[in-house]
Design a binder for this molecule. Structure first.
Ligand SMILES: *Cc1c(COP(=O)(O)O)cnc(C)c1O
Length: 344
């Protein structure tokens, strides 16, 4: 299929990841269930990357990473504060509630897909009686479902209110790389140094074939997590095929160059279409996606020309996502079609 803008998951694996995928196969027999040398190496690499002694686990996808990490922070009578557009609320089929045996998601509205300390505070103090599930976690998506990014100060301010209200801080980092690339900060600055307790570190959308890392910055919280992963059917017996490709992303900061590229392609697309009066760019494009409201005739004709994009994600509108391998020529071709349809 030609390159498309529907999802960063349409892209395949990057050459560096596939190199290690094959290396892990060529190295012969290996210990199973994560006892292998590849997994050890990658976990050490992630600890080096974050400059701290964190606990690292691998699961097959982001839904499992979020659901299981949230379940490990909550009892069944607790609640998780998140944005109303959060993936855990809108796209995980109740996984977080299921795996936590009933913890409720408490959603807040906020501009640009982001929670604020005020919104969190309101949700915490709204009820404090025994009839209401007790807030226990705040979950941030970085970068957000609508292509925006929390600044270091915003993460810090949210973590501060969380600490005051005895909430743990969870970060859905399916597109963590895009946020780090966009902010141009050290990854520790928007995680543990800012007060984040657990990060779901996305690799799939960044160029892996499969697999996300769950990174606990608090060793106590990671206790028993391995059992949860196993019980949920998320423990890969041949773990090396999930972990080894991470080496390709981590070495030489390929994860950042992949993300920088995807972000740059979204910026290019934005620059090409921002001036068109028929379009409404819904959110500042700070990561690898552009969200656009356009007249139905135009989106219909774009589809007729063969372009694929989602209209049900986030806040509606057309979501145009760029990936690690999106070519500038593809962006120019889409932009040219949009411009032509707008100037007919
Ligand atoms: C893609 C994505 C996930 C992970 O989804 P899976 O399909 O379960 O891998 C999680 N959070 C966000 C914000 C995402 O965009």
């Amino acid at each position: 299929m030609n390159q498309q803008f529907a999802s960063d998951n349409y892209a395949g694996m990057c050459p560096e990841a596939s190199h290690y995928f094959l290396q892990a196969n060529q190295s012969g027999h290996e210990l199973a269930y994560g006892e292998d040398v590849w997994t050890t190496k990658v976990c050490d690499h992630i600890r080096e990357l974050f400059q701290t002694d964190c606990q690292v686990f691998f699961v097959f996808n982001g839904t499992a990473a979020n659901s299981l990490s949230l379940a490990s922070l909550c009892q069944s009578y607790h609640s998780v504060i998140c944005h109303e557009l959060a993936h855990i609320e809108t796209d995980e089929c109740g996984g977080p509630e299921f795996f936590s045996n009933g913890s409720k998601l408490l959603t807040g509205k906020g501009d640009n897909g982001k929670l604020t300390p005020d919104i969190i505070e309101q949700l915490v103090i709204r009820r404090t009686d025994v009839h209401y599930p007790k807030p226990k976690v705040v979950s941030l998506t970085q970068s957000t479902e609508v292509g925006t990014v929390y600044s270091v100060e915003e993460v810090r301010a949210i973590a501060a209110i969380a600490k005051r209200r005895h909430l743990k801080v969870h970060m859905d980092g399916a597109r963590f790389a895009n946020a780090v690339a966009s902010l141009d900060v050290h990854p520790s600055e928007i995680t543990w140094r800012a007060g984040v307790d657990v990060l779901c570190f996305g690799g799939t959308k960044n160029g892996l074939p499969i697999g996300e890392a769950v990174v606990f910055f608090d060793n106590v919280m990671a206790e028993d997590f391995a059992y949860r992963v196993k019980q949920a059917g998320q423990l890969a017996s041949k773990m090396r095929f999930i972990s080894a490709p991470w080496l390709g992303l981590l070495e030489n900061d390929v994860w950042l160059s992949n993300a920088r590229h995807a972000n740059a392609m979204a910026t290019l697309l934005y620059e090409r279409i921002r001036h068109l009066p028929q379009l409404n760019i819904m959110f500042p494009p700070q990561a690898n996606g552009v969200f656009v409201e356009m007249p139905l005739e135009i989106s219909t004709q774009l589809r007729a020309k063969g372009w694929r994009f989602y209209q049900f994600i986030g806040a509606g509108g057309c979501r145009l996502m760029c990936a690690w391998d999106t070519q500038p020529e593809t962006v120019e071709a889409l932009a040219a079609d949009i411009v032509a349809l707008c100037t007919l």
